[in-house]
Design a protein around this ligand. Structure first.
Ligand SMILES: C[S@@+](CC[C@H](N)C(=O)[O-])C[C@H]1O[C@@H](n2cnc3c(N)ncnc32)[C@H](O)[C@@H]1O
Length: 260
């Protein structure tokens, strides 16, 4: 017993170490928040950008978004592959965005930019048809049925994307979550979206370089599915308002899973 007590670190020391760690993290965040304010490729809650992105980039090239971009691996990766297109990473977390924005500046990627805002406010920053394609990379799967409306492929979000997407523009989803993948397939079926590409295991088959870009969350393998799922789909002209029906199906599926 004496030995066990000797091995245990005093709780106060733990608390002290934790407080130092938290302090350092807060300092780092503050530094990054200060830095992105000086970056010409980061816009934070900008005014008057709606309809003006081509002026911002200084060209008429297509514009693609990476939603929930985190550190912006896709924004930078796609910008490096497609120099004739513009890419904008969107996320609320400025300290994550700092990493991608800094890399883009270091590599002089003039076709990559970052927008700090909530995805829910996208139509404040883009005019109808201003966006050619949307990438959604490893979004939080929001596993609880009660949180389904927060999933970035929920029809609530699809209606928002529809406001800014060019007709025929497509949405790409890359996720490690089998649940989000299945959910999105259900939405595609129920709402009559056009499925263009589907893969339950991207790396098991030959894939284009765009799908080989790896993100930080991909490397964490939180879902532990060992598989990366991918979908590409288009939106119909109108997205039916059958969200209550969708929610019922989700609840039913959840109940059945509990019973079996
Ligand atoms: C799981 S992380 C994925 C980050 C990155 N795509 C990756 O794969 O490493 C989800 C990201 O979505 C962002 N996010 C979640 N909900 C958001 C919202 N409503 N508006 C803006 N960003 C959001 C979070 O800040 C976070 O950076």
């Amino acid at each position: 017993m004496g030995n066990a007590t000797a091995k245990q670190a005093p709780p106060l020391l733990h608390l002290f170490k934790y407080a130092i760690f938290e302090f350092k993290m807060a300092q780092k965040k503050l530094f990054r928040f200060g830095q992105i304010k000086t970056f010409k490729n980061v816009l934070e809650y900008p005014e008057n950008i709606k309809g003006n992105w081509h002026n911002f980039f200084g060209n008429k090239n297509p514009i693609e978004l990476e939603l929930a971009c985190g550190r912006g691996e896709y924004t930078i990766g796609l910008a490096a592959i497609h120099l004739n297109k513009n890419f904008i990473g969107v996320d609320i977390k400025g300290n994550r965005m700092y990493i991608g924005a800094k890399k883009a500046l270091q590599h002089n990627l003039q076709n990559a930019a970052f927008l700090r805002t909530q995805i829910e406010m996208l139509d404040n920053y883009f005019s109808p048809g201003e966006v050619d394609n949307i990438w959604i990379t490893f979004p939080d799967p929001q596993l609880r049925t009660s949180k389904a409306k927060k999933r970035l492929t929920h029809p609530r979000f699809l209606r928002l994307y529809q406001k800014i997407l060019k007709p025929g523009g497509s949405i790409h989803l890359k996720t490690d979550s089998p649940q989000l993948y299945t959910f999105t397939l259900l939405v595609i079926e129920k709402y009559g979206l056009q499925l263009l590409k589907k893969s339950g295991n991207v790396y098991a088959v030959k894939h284009p370089p765009e799908l080989a870009i790896k993100t930080f969350y991909e490397s964490l393998d939180i879902a532990q599915s060992k598989k990366i799922h991918y979908l590409q789909f288009c939106l119909p002209k109108t997205i039916s308002h059958i969200d209550n029906e969708l929610q019922e199906i989700l609840k039913q599926t959840e109940n059945n899973a509990i019973v079996t």
